[in-house]
Design a protein around this ligand. Structure first.
Ligand SMILES: NC(=O)c1ccc[n+]([C@@H]2O[C@H](COP(=O)([O-])OP(=O)(O)OC[C@H]3O[C@@H](n4cnc5c(N)ncnc54)[C@H](OP(=O)(O)O)[C@@H]3O)[C@@H](O)[C@H]2O)c1
Length: 403
């Protein structure tokens, strides 16, 4: 069941499933307007002509519970999740229904873990947040490094850095609304801000996490001698790093107790690199400053896309991303994983990732790790999802670096 099918990403996910789901998979569309769901279904072509439609509003508990009961897996793009998401998570956790979403909101994820993890674990539900560009490439990329090092008996993962080498795409109104909502909460409460900034904010057991010194996200340009390039902040690091650390903890710290993880944007080593890096880092700081003050936030809200709007088809088609993750192991080895896809990362590639996550949860149960609760993409689906994404045209590859 695709909940939020009338929204910008929901339409893309529904379209992806109409074109790529195997014959025999029953798919339904859910949202708060029956008429608009029927209009969306009509645009999806013959494959979707008999898809059932379910009217549900996340503010109406009974309708959300009914939606959960009709499905084996719910993929939801109803956001901002912090405002609209928890009723469905609770319903799925209680009913034992698998769930996948695109949330990148740390405070929502923390609330979901605190309220629903034990309930979902008892009911056998896999609740999987962050099944889009944040945080599947990060989470699966690190899992692949861990599996490669373990196969070679090369020790634990230690210093590990994700570098964004190339990225092109746009942004939707729903993403901006979610980001601004989280920003407002952080501004209004020191406790919330502290929760968001804690590197282990999504830990299943905060007190048991290792003390590895300063693990703050990078906020300015620097030269990295190990990577031999200029690196600067990456906008999604604040969510992705927490998800990857949660994956480590949920697996009993299988990546290692000295696993230090960060995410950066790579600007290369040429003479123009520090100039470009400084310009991008300044732009990110300016955006953060613009969001911090109500008048400029209101102005930005008027200039940027509204909920329901997002990048054009041309932008989605021409977009792409290329990511590398470098790691050192305790045995002295180095590995590199490469994750790459064509299409706008947050929309074209994300609709593939969420669509394949839903299919993975529905169809690959025998291949999935034996785990339930509020999970991450790596701990809920792991290698089965990586195989699906490769079949869908994404690159996920790992190699050992000979020194
Ligand atoms: N992780 C990633 O990589 C990634 C990428 C893209 C987007 N996202 C996230 O995905 C979410 C959706 O983005 P978007 O651009 O598609 O937003 P959008 O176009 O605004 O769509 C939001 C959807 O939520 C529905 N909705 C809102 N309130 C509801 C309620 N009370 N009950 C039921 N449905 C309700 C809307 O229904 P109506 O049509 O009836 O208004 C719409 O279908 C955002 O949180 C965004 O941050 C994440």
């Amino acid at each position: 069941m695709v909940f939020g099918a009338t929204g910008f990403v929901g339409r893309l996910v529904a379209g992806y499933l109409a074109d790529h789901a195997p014959a025999g998979v029953r798919i339904g569309l859910a949202g708060r307007s029956g008429q608009r769901l029927a209009d969306i279904r009509a645009q999806l072509g013959a494959a979707a002509s008999d898809w059932p439609l379910v009217v549900a509003d996340s503010g109406d508990l009974a309708s959300v519970e009914m939606l959960a009961r009709t499905a084996r897996v719910v993929a939801t793009t109803v956001g901002p999740y912090r405002r609209q998401g928890l009723t469905l998570v609770e319903a799925c956790a209680r009913e034992g229904i698998d769930y996948a979403d695109l949330s990148g909101e740390v405070l929502f994820l923390r609330e979901s873990i605190d309220r629903c993890h034990d309930m979902a674990a008892d009911a056998g539900a896999r609740i999987v947040h962050c099944c889009g560009f944040d945080s599947i490439p990060s989470d699966l990329g690190v899992l692949l490094l861990h599996q490669a090092a373990r196969t070679d008996d090369a020790g634990d993962l230690e210093d590990t850095t994700l570098v964004v080498r190339a990225m092109r795409g746009g942004v939707s109104g729903g993403t901006l609304a979610s980001g601004m909502g989280q920003w407002e909460e952080m501004r209004s409460s020191g406790e919330r801000r502290g929760q968001t900034e804690d590197p282990y904010s999504l830990s299943p057991d905060r007190a048991a996490e290792p003390d590895l010194g300063d693990e703050r996200d990078l906020d300015w340009l620097s030269y990295d001698g190990d990577l031999r390039m200029w690196v600067g902040p990456f906008l999604m690091a604040g969510i992705n790093t927490r998800v990857v650390r949660r994956s480590n903890a949920l697996q009993g710290w299988a990546y290692g107790r000295r696993f230090r993880y960060r995410e950066v944007t790579g600007f290369g080593a040429g003479p123009a690199a520090p100039v470009l890096g400084a310009a991008v880092s300044t732009a990110l700081k300016a955006l953060a400053a613009g969001l911090a003050f109500r008048p400029s936030r209101t102005l930005l809200g008027q200039l940027l896309p509204a909920p329901g709007e997002g990048p054009s088809e041309n932008t989605r088609r021409k977009g792409h991303f290329r990511i590398e993750i470098h790691t050192h192991t305790s045995g002295g080895a180095r590995y590199l994983s490469k994750i790459e896809a064509r299409g706008d990362p947050g929309y074209a590639a994300t609709s593939v990732m969420l669509g394949q996550s839903a299919l993975c949860l529905a169809l690959d149960r025998d291949l999935l790790p034996d785990r339930a609760g509020v999970l991450t993409p790596a701990t809920a689906m792991g290698a089965a999802l990586a195989d699906r994404l490769r079949s869908a045209g994404h690159t996920l590859a790992t190699q050992r670096i000979i020194q």
